[in-house]
Design a protein around this ligand. Structure first.
Ligand code: PLP
Length: 386
């Protein structure tokens, strides 16, 4: 019994159906790069969604060691976990605070991001009961997702009757089109946010996520909030991605089969083979975040890359063959030298050789979704350069 359960992490990794290799050196280099690009502003690290699928414990700790002292998480739970790895960092919780969660905020020294009138009212009540505690204010400048209405935020800044215990340490807003430098929306939001920042003079302000950092210093204010760029994804559409790839996802080949010309592959027979072929079946499918929409042949809704997704094996790019299924996907390995690929080998789904954003485009989505979707079934391994 004990011997079986004592299988080492190394063994589990060596035999995993799907595995994710996270390059912590690339991660921290990317963060330092974003910190440099933030110029006079300080760079935080956004680690929501389990650090974009990379694992908040290891990614958070590496970023902390690299020097990050401001973090943004989505939920209280993420904040509580991160606190163990970032002992004296400032941790902002983007979802804000809810009745019943105050204690967890206080006990773990988490800063709620107040982003609606209701939250603000609740927060004022909390302060009157417990006394001084920092918060951040999220002000909407056109995104219409979260944030106080700009007029409310400006009125609050001027409100002499607000309690002295109300002590925001940050005012922030979020760009709707930060990935598109040509969008007029960026300038409009910048103008609005300047008013907010001026009204809260003496309090730090933050507008730019990854894309906003590339828009230039006007957008940086005091604190930047890079997420996707740290994880190696594209922050600006249409620009060559300067970041280092962080995640490599691989799936194990279960079998390699020989199929004759004229036969079809997978559900719906969307792919008909026009030559004798060899197909590698791997143990990853849409239940593992390897999205069905990057199937090859005849799946509607996919405009960007009509030929479907691609994998990579020992110098060769291998196309997805037919529909991706729940737990399994099929790659055409006919062009590889015979016997080069065998059961037990691993095909890269994205990573060093297939940029995550290319895989995402083939699925009709963005790198963010691809990264966040690499679920718990992936055996993770963290590597770093010595
Ligand atoms: C997700 C998020 C970020 C990080 O965005 P990226 O585009 O991944 O850099 C920053 N701020 C807020 C409010 C967010 O929700």
């Amino acid at each position: 019994m004990t011997e079986i359960s004592a299988a080492s992490e190394e063994d589990r990794f060596a035999s995993a159906g799907m595995r994710l290799i996270v390059d912590l050196t690339a991660l921290t280099e990317n963060w330092r790069d974003m910190a440099r690009r933030s110029k006079r502003a300080r760079a935080s690290a956004v680690v929501k969604a389990d650090a974009y699928g990379m694992g908040i414990e290891d990614a958070g700790e590496a970023l902390y060691i690299a020097g990050a002292r401001d973090f943004f998480v989505a939920t209280v739970d993420e904040g509580v976990t991160l606190r163990l790895y970032a002992p004296d960092a400032r941790i902002f919780v983007l979802a804000g605070i809810w009745p019943g969660t105050e204690r967890r905020f206080f006990e773990n020294d988490l800063v709620p991001v107040i982003s609606s009138e209701e939250q603000l009212a609740f927060w004022m009540a909390v302060l009157s009961e417990y006394g001084d505690y920092p918060c951040a204010l999220h002000v909407d400048t056109g995104f219409n997702r979260l944030g106080l209405h700009i007029d409310e935020a400006l009125a609050l800044a001027d409100d002499v009757s607000r309690p002295a215990s109300f002590a925001p340490v940050l005012v922030m807003s979020h760009l709707a089109c930060g990935d598109d430098p040509s969008s007029q929306m960026n300038k409009q939001q910048l103008e609005s946010f300047r008013k907010v920042s001026a009204a809260y003079e003496g309090i730090e302000s933050s507008l730019a996520a990854s894309g906003g950092i590339f828009l230039g210093e006007d957008y940086h204010f005091d604190l930047t909030r890079p997420g996707i760029a740290i994880y190696g994804g594209e922050a600006v559409s249409g620009m060559a991605n300067p970041m280092r790839p962080v995640a490599t996802a691989q799936a194990r080949v279960i079998q390699v089969r020989t199929v004759r010309a004229g036969e079809s592959v997978s559900y719906g027979r969307t792919l008909r083979l026009d030559r004798d072929s060899r197909l590698a079946v791997v143990s990853a499918g849409y239940a593992d975040g390897y999205m069905r929409s990057q199937s090859s042949g005849g799946i509607p809704l996919r405009q960007a890359v009509p030929q479907g997704g691609q994998g990579f094996f020992e110098g060769y790019t291998v196309p997805v063959a037919g529909r991706i299924t729940m737990d399994l996907s099929i790659f055409d390995v006919t062009d590889l030298p015979e016997n080069l690929i065998r059961a037990g080998d691993y095909i890269e789904l994205f990573g060093r050789n297939i940029p995550v954003d290319d895989a995402a485009r083939a699925a009709g989505t963005i790198g963010y979704e691809m990264l966040a979707g690499v679920g718990l079934r992936y055996e993770r391994k963290y590597v770093s350069e010595e």
